[in-house]
Design a protein. Sequence first.
Length: 246
Amino acid sequence: MLRYYFLSIIVLFVIFTSNAQVKTRVVNNQTQSWISLNTTERFTSKWGMVADVHYRANQIFANPNFYFVRAGVNYWLKDNITFTLGYAHMWLAPTTNGLHTFSNENRVYEQAQIVSKIGNVTMLHRIRNEQRWQEKISADTSTHTNKFTDRIRYLASFTIPIVKNSHFPSFVLSDELSMQTGKEVVYNVFDQNRFFVGIKQNINKRLSFDLGYMLVDQEKADGYHYDQNHTFRLFFYYQPDLRKHG
């Protein structure tokens, strides 16, 4: 089932990119920095929760790009297969100099995730479906109206140990493709792609972080302007196990 879902995403991406506008692609290159704390708490063998907070800024934490919080309920079908239902909120900063009003974005999301291993390589596959209500801002003021989109994201991540000793970092390579639909989505069905390369380091049994470079290629609403964000990324992961072990 998931195999056909992945295939449909790839086919849609090829179709829409092949029918893109004839206008020349205009790219805005910029540098950003992104830090976050991501937690997964397990209460029973089947149930738990996830929560994360994010801060992304332009250049090296010079000016805010967005603040973001997310939470959800986790269900473990197996130890390596989870389903999540949750809510998220973003405060998105204006991109034009001199403007000050942040745009609020509310999300409801559904997610399926599978973790597996081939040899010593850990593979993570995740599909996330988001329903997003993005606040419209005009003349630096809220219009009290929203743009609705439904976005599908597919992430493939690979963690490869450099040496056998777990105290040493592992190599991480991942890519996430996002596509969206909605009444006001005309030219940018392809939303963005996030490519990451870096290292993962365990601090202790429950806490780790990854550190590296992320290239975010995001298409704007007109279909030919793109933001290409060269991003320094530092994500922390905290995974407490709160189950009662007799």
